[in-house]
Design a protein around this ligand. Sequence first.
Ligand code: PEP
Ligand code: MG
Length: 843
Amino acid sequence: MPSAQLRAPVSGVMTPLEEVPDEVFASKMVGDGVSIDPTDDVVVAPCEGTITLIHPAHHALTVRSGAGAEIIIHVGLDTIELKGDGFTPLVAEGDQVTTGQPLLRFDQERIIAGASSLLTQMVIANMDVARNLVPAVGLVRAGQDVALSFELSGDAADPAAEARPVDAVVGAPVVVPCATGLHARPAAVLADRARGFDSQVRLHRGDREVNAKSVTAVMTLDVSHADEVWLSAWGPDADAAVSELSEAIRGGLGETIAATGGTPEGEPAVTEPVETEPGVLRGVGASPGVAVGIAVPLTDPDIPVTDSPSGSPEQEWSVFQAAVERARLQLAELETATAAKVGIYQADIFGAQRQILDDPELIEPVEAAVRAGAAAGPVWKDTYQQYADLLSGMANPLLAARGSDIRDVGLRVLTELTGTIPARAELPAGAVIISRDLTASDTAVLDAERVAAIVLTEGGATSHSSILAQSLGIPAVVGCDPRVLDLAEETEVVVDGDDGTVRVDVPAAELAEVRSRLERDAERRRRNLASAHQPAVTRDGHRVEVVCNIGSLDDVRRGMAEGAEGVGLLRSEFVFMNRATAPSEQEQAELYQAVADLVGEGNRLIIRTLDVGGDKPLPYLPMAAEDNPFLGQRGIRVGLEHQEKVLRPQLRAILQAAKTSRAAIHVMFPMISTLAEFRGAKAILEEERVRLAAPAVPVGIMVEVPAVAMMAEQFAREVDFFSIGTNDLTQYTMAMDRGHPKLAPRVDALNPGVLALIRSTVQGAHAHGTWVGVCGALASDPRAAAILLGLGVDELSAVISAVADVKAAVRDLDLSRATELAERAVSSEDASAVRDLLPPINS
Ligand code: PEP
Ligand code: MG
C-alpha cells in the first residue's frame, strides 16, 4: 500500500487531535489528522496540490493532494467568529501549490484576543483515502518537518467529480441553518427547486457529493444543522442554479432555523435499550397513553419479483410507469382521506411520499436497466431497498425515520407492478401491534377501535408512524428493545406510551388494576363528552367560556362537535406554511369565511395574525438567520416589517370574511411587546377597514411577553381583549427555550412567577372592563382550571381533545375556593408546590 506524508502547515508544537478543546475536532468529526500550537504566523502547503476551498472567513482552507486527499487546515478555534479579521489569504481557490508555499498569513494577537485558541488543525476530510495515520511529536518547522504520515488506500479519485467539467460553477460554502439539518422536508424543497433548473446540480458536503435533484440522495448526504455544504452545477442555467439554491439553503428551506447546536426541537433524545426490571422492555414513548392488550407481531411482507420483463423494453417501461402512476393516485387518495380523518399536517406525509416517486435517483436506474432489457421489478426493489437501508442506518433520527417512507412507497409500487397484495392478518380487538417498523400507510389504515397500542423496534418519536399514532390517539413506543419481537402471539402486555415501556408477565392483580383505571378514565371521558355541550359553570354559579385552539378547517369541525363554544385561537400559520408561495388574499378570505361558517352564528372566532419568525421561517419570505430567533423578528414584528406582503393582505382577508360572517370575528396580534407595536398594527387594520368599508372588529393581543403582563393596565385602555399565551410567556419569564431538550421540562407554566404575571394581566384588564383568556397549553390542563379561574381568567381556549374535560373540571369547582387556591399558588415556592395544591380530577 503506498504511503504519503504531509509537512507541517505551521511551525509549532505538535498536539494530539483528541486533546483539542473543541468537540468537533477532538472527536474527528471533520476528519483525522493533527493539531499544532503555532509559533509563527504563516500557513504553508503541506504537500503539492490544488486549493479547492478558501473559507469566506479566511480562517480555513482545503488543499486537494495529487492522491485525492482533501486536507483541511483550520487556524485557531472559533476563528470563524472573526469574520476574516486578522487573516490574509496568499492564494486563491483553484491555485496549484507546491509543498511549503505560503498560503495564509494570520495575526496571532488578534486571534488570541477574539477567538478561543490558536491551535491549528490539519485533518484529512475524506478518510476513505487514508489509513494508519502516524502524527509527529514535538516541535515541527512549517513546510520542512513531516507532521503526519499515512497509507493511501482505495481509489482516491471521485468519479462524480471526474464527470464534472472544469468550467462547472462552484458555489461558496453555506452553513446549513435548519435546526434538524437536511431531513426529508428541506431535502424535498431543495430537490424540488433544483429540478426547476436544466443544469446538472450537485450538493457537496466534505468529500461527498450527490445529485441535488434527488430528495433521497440529498437525505443520504446526512447533512446536520450547522454543517457546511456547497453546490456545483454545469449546464445552461448553472449560475442561477448555484446562486438561487445556495440562497435557499441559507434561508432555511422553509425550516426552523437554529442558532446553536443541541438536540433539535421535536427530535427525541437517542435512547439505548436498557436492561431494567425483569419483564420491562424499554423504548421511547412516541404517543402518550397506557393500554393493555394482546401482542400481535407483524412481519415485513416480501413481494417476489420476476426476472423476466413483460415484453419489449418499451412495454416493460410503460408497465412500470403505469404502476408508479397508480401508486401516485393511491397516495393522493390517502392524502385526502387522512386530511379528513386526522388532519392536514398528517396528510402531508403522503404528499411527501408522492415526491419520492419523482426522485431521479430511484426512477432513473430502473429506466436505464429496463431500456437495456432487464425486468423492472428486481431493479426497483434493489434500488429502493438500498436507499431505505442507507437512510434507516443513519444517526440522525429524522433521516433514519425516512427510510420507512421509502420502503413504504417502494412496496406500494411493487404491489402495483406484481399484482401481489401483501397479506395482513385480521386484527383481534385490543391488538398491540409489534413490528420492526410500520409504514405510514399501514398506520393510516389501522382501525383505532381494534388497535390498543403500537410497539416498534425501529423508528423515532418523529417518524411518520409516530405522528399518525399520536393523531389517532393510539399509545405507541418506538425504538423498543428488540426482544419484544420474540413475544409469543397473544401475550398480554401493558404498553405505556408516556414512559416508553412495554411490560410482560404483569401479575394478574396489577393487570386488573390497570384495566380498571383505564376503564374509569374511559368512563369519565364518555361522561365528559356527553355533557360537553353544557356550559361550564362553577358550583357557585360562575360561568367561564371554554373555546378551542385550531390549526385547520377540520379542527373547527371537531372542536365545535366536542363542545367548544367558539375558537379562542386560530393559529393562522397553517394557511401560510408548507407551501412554496404565499396564499392569495382571496384564498385566505375564503378560508376564514369557511372557518367562520363552521364556528356558527354569534360564536367568537379569534383569528391570530401570522406568527412566524426567525425560528419558523417561510420559504417565500426571506428572513436573515438570527443568533437568538426567539428574541428576534417574530410575530407582529415580522408583520410590521413585511406589511405589504403579509400583514395587510391578511387583515384585508379577515375583514372581507367579517363583512359577511355571522360568527363574531376578532383579530389578535401575536408577540406584542410594546404599545407602539400594538398601535402600529391597529392603525393598519383601521386603514384597511375603512378602505373596504368593513365593520369594526374587536382587536386583542397575545400576552406572551412579561412586560405586557406587567403593563396590562396601560394596554387595557386600548385593546379589546387579552389572550395569555402561557407557552411563550413561560419561556420568556423563565429565560428557558420552550423546545430545549434539557430545559423544556422545567418550562412549567405553573411556576408562581408566571402565575403572578397572569394575575397582573387580569387585574390590569379588569380595571378597564377588558376580558382575559388563556390560550397557551395551561388552559388545556383540567387540573389547572382551578388556578386560572381563581386568578380571574374569563375564557379558556383548550386543545380540542381537552375541551370536554376542562368544562367538566370547571363544573366541579367552587369559585371562592379557587380564588383562595390561586392566592396560595402565587405565593408558593415553585411549580411542584403549586401542583401539590391542585384538586384531583373528577372521578
Ligand atoms: C403561546 O405562546 O402560549 C401560544 C398559544 O402561542 P404559540 O404556542 O402558537 O406560540
Ligand atoms: Mg406563542
